[in-house]
Design a binder for this molecule. Sequence first.
Ligand SMILES: Nc1ncnc2c1ncn2[C@@H]1O[C@H](COP(=O)(O)OP(=O)(O)OP(=O)(O)O)[C@@H](O)[C@H]1O
Length: 323
Amino acid sequence: MTAPVMTATALERHYEVGGGLFRKPRTLKAVGGLDFALYPGKTLAVVGESGCGKSTLARMVTMIEDPTAGSLTLDGKPVVREDWASLRKSVQIVFQDPYGSLNPRQRIGAILEEPLKINRPDMSSKERTAKAREMLGLVGLRPEHFDRYPHMFSGGQRQRIAIARALMLDPKVLVLDEPVSALDLSIQSSVLNLLVDLQERLQLAYLFISHDLSVVRHVADEVIVMYLGRAVERGSREDVFGTPFHPYAKALLSATPQADPRAAKERIKLEGELPSPLAIPDGCPFAPRCWKVQDKCRSERPELTQGHHAAACFFPENGGTPA
Ligand SMILES: Nc1ncnc2c1ncn2[C@@H]1O[C@H](COP(=O)(O)OP(=O)(O)OP(=O)(O)O)[C@@H](O)[C@H]1O
């Protein structure tokens, strides 16, 4: 089996919040103990509601923030802060907002060449331009676009430019943070198809972060469903979409428009708000919103089970293995 490009082991990120002169800060666990591996040519999708820790995860993987605990490896070597500068080239990110992420004063050619100017002093200006033109073609834009400004493009085209820029340093891992959520529905699939095509050609490992399961369904090989910073379900796309074990995963799935029409009829409406990450309930964090809750769920925290298709639930749906 192919070796993973990146692994995460018991990855955690805490923030100290709300401290003052006479008040002790409280610890907010934005990400609490995530394990995963990213493989060349494969997509791991991380899904969950707003606030479940997806962006925090992206910041750790792209080496913007240190984990509070746990570890990351890249190509089998530990990711440590001293090596961030050299390792960052291998892990690039595409953000949700194609409008905010491109400098409006720069021409597209300059935007694409910038990462090379900073990171590849060995390349001549001619080589940089050639590479930028090649990338422009790879993402489906035309040579004449090279000298235009971002405002002259549509949202979908801008996202293509952001993808081209992310590829300029030949990364191994692309973190895609809600890459199509800001785009019109009609454009989303063309950008998703481009991402799939690029992944196949360049054997990129994708960490695809999204709140939208209908998008994830098109691209994921593996899926992690997060709730309040923890994985509550993990498995192949077929397993998670076909027979979700965790009630939260089932509820999310039942709300996706592209789901099986029969499943859509039994749409599960989640009661209650997502609890504050500063006051994560004892026991199962999902218990206050769960329709299958039992006494045990309120006092004991279920751990993620072992195995390919795993869930952190004492009473899983579909006859899954209980934690
Ligand atoms: N720098 C920070 N300081 C304090 N708390 C933070 C910080 N960054 C994130 N958090 C908190 O950590 C939790 C997870 O946030 P995060 O942004 O990772 O979630 P998310 O799933 O990406 O949500 P969204 O989709 O809304 O961005 C939230 O409760 C958030 O308020």
